[in-house]
Design a protein around this ligand. Structure first.
Ligand code: ASP
Ligand code: MG
Length: 474
């Protein structure tokens, strides 16, 4: 059995949906027991969310416009894909109802002048409730017996609106009874991604990009052989090809490597998405709907001993903050106070490094949060700054974290040496660095100007060098 999940671009237009249908038909020919999970058509969730926000801020026009746009977008695709007049009328009726509901919701939000996370989940989940019936009807038009399923009837979650966590016990019981009986009758379920409901039936969402999570949850409940994430790129690449044109698709990654890469900004699956799959050791494969026979990447439990460095990722728009001062040496509590102050303004720290001389602590936050963080630290250390125990809180903007990820680095000597000679030869200045004790990731901070040079140099050193074991690329 397989779960096939299609992202927004795979159902973004009639042409894309036609492509998606051929992928599903091919999969079904090999394994008739396939469950489909779909995202909203591309751009739809953003439009829904923005309209609701604007409504809360007093603007009615955005949701009135969105209603028209969404009607046209779905109906245009439906006209091309659904031949039967009856089916088309049925779908049109469904869309009209959903959009009528959307408009009433936004109206209420507008009157209240307030948008709660609970209200937003009702609005943002509508996209999948419009795309799933479209895909199911389009499948039927091509002779594939399919029916859409609202995941609110299957995926039971807690009430952490906007980022709800699934309750696997009740979810799996429902998934098995509902989906298996459809499959037994030869019907392909097309399940809405992203959405769920609490035990008492209040609609929730699993967080932005949550359709991948839906696929992993259902795949785990049904103990499928593979969870396939169909997207618009050829799997996971060794680096961003816009930065390093030599980048290639990786054949295999471990769950751990995929999680490290996601953390460091690569457009990979969110680590929590992988959890249900990890627990059952189910492989997750990433494929391209628009190049179905092209390269793909499989994420599995057992890393084949394949290569040292698997991938290089870069996160931009960051600021390195230095807390510097000779008077900090041996004073306990500076680090604790620093990070408490950062936590108090709810800024996320992406990387930390402290030299053993203890004369400075530096860490990286998003550029957009840096001013707030700096102010918080200046307040926290007002006395120390006055007495020059701490000389200054110094931000350095426009830096990039480059993360070099690979479980094969673990216990292999000489990686850092190779890395730094490559960067040295390329003339790249490394501003700070950190290595997690898992040894499957080395992160370095360089200035934004050096990013391209640095990524290319590292890629050359680890992927285009005969003397280095390289991972399998396709
Ligand atoms: N449609 C949702 C979003 O845009 C979920 C998804 O695409 O995975 O966030
Ligand atoms: Mg997505």
């Amino acid at each position: 059995m397989l779960v096939l999940k299609f992202g927004g671009t795979s159902v973004g237009s009639a042409d894309a949906i036609a492509q998606t249908i051929s992928v599903i038909a091919n999969a079904k020919a090999k394994d008739p027991h396939s469950v489909v999970v779909t995202s909203a058509m591309s751009g739809v969730t953003d439009l829904l969310v923005n309209s609701a926000r604007a409504a809360a801020a007093g603007q009615r026009q955005p949701f009135l416009d969105a209603r028209e746009v969404l009607f046209e977008k779905h109906l245009t695709a439906a006209r091309e894909l659904i031949d039967s007049e009856e089916e088309r009328a049925h779908y049109e009726q469904h869309i009209s109802e959903q959009l009528e509901f959307f408009s009433r919701l936004c109206s209420s939000i507008n009157v209240l002048g307030e948008l709660t996370p609970r209200g937003l989940d009702v609005v943002s989940g509508l996209g999948e409730r419009m795309s799933a019936p479209l895909l199911a009807a389009a499948l039927r038009a091509r002779g594939v017996d399919a029916a859409w399923v609202d995941a609110a009837e299957i995926v039971v979650t807690d009430d952490n609106f906007g980022e709800a966590a699934p309750l696997l016990g009740p979810t799996c019981a429902r998934a098995q009874s509902r989906l298996n009986s459809m499959l037994d009758e030869g019907v392909t379920p097309v399940v809405t991604g992203f959405v769920g409901a609490t035990e008492s039936g209040v609609p929730t969402t699993l967080g932005r990009g949550g359709s991948d999570f839906s696929a992993a949850i259902l795949g785990s409940c049904l103990s499928v052989d593979e969870i396939q994430i169909w997207t618009d790129v050829n799997g996971i690449l060794s680096a961003d090809p816009r930065i390093a044109p030599q980048a290639r698709t990786l054949k295999q990654l471990s769950y751990n490597e995929a999680a490290e890469l996601a953390y460091f900004g690569a457009k990979v699956l969110h680590p929590k998405t992988l959890l249900p799959a990890i627990e059952r050791g189910i492989p997750v494969r990433i494929l391209n709907t628009f190049n179905p026979d092209g390269p793909s990447t499989v994420i599995t439990k057992d890393p084949l001993k394949n290569g040292l460095v698997k991938a290089i990722s870069a996160i931009r728009d960051l600021t390195l903050i230095n807390v510097e001062g000779r008077g900090m040496m041996g004073v306990p509590g500076i680090a604790a106070r620093t990070f408490r102050a950062v936590a108090d303004v709810r800024a996320n720290v992406l990387m930390i490094s402290q030299a053993s001389s203890e004369q400075s602590i530096c860490f990286v936050v998003r550029r957009s949060r840096s001013e707030e963080v700096q102010r918080a630290l200046e307040t926290e250390f007002e006395r120390e700054l006055e007495r020059h125990y701490i000389d200054r809180i110094r931000p350095q903007h426009d830096v990039v974290i480059i993360a070099v990820v690979g479980t094969g680095m673990r216990g292999t000597p000489g990686i850092a040496g190779r890395l730094f000679s490559a960067l040295g030869e390329a003339g790249v200045n490394v501003i700070a660095l950190a290595q997690g004790s898992s040894e499957s990731n080395i992160s370095l901070v360089v200035s934004h100007e050096d990013m391209t040079l640095a990524v290319q140099a590292i890629h050359r050193a680890f992927f285009q060098n005969r003397h280095v074991p390289t991972p399998q690329l396709v």
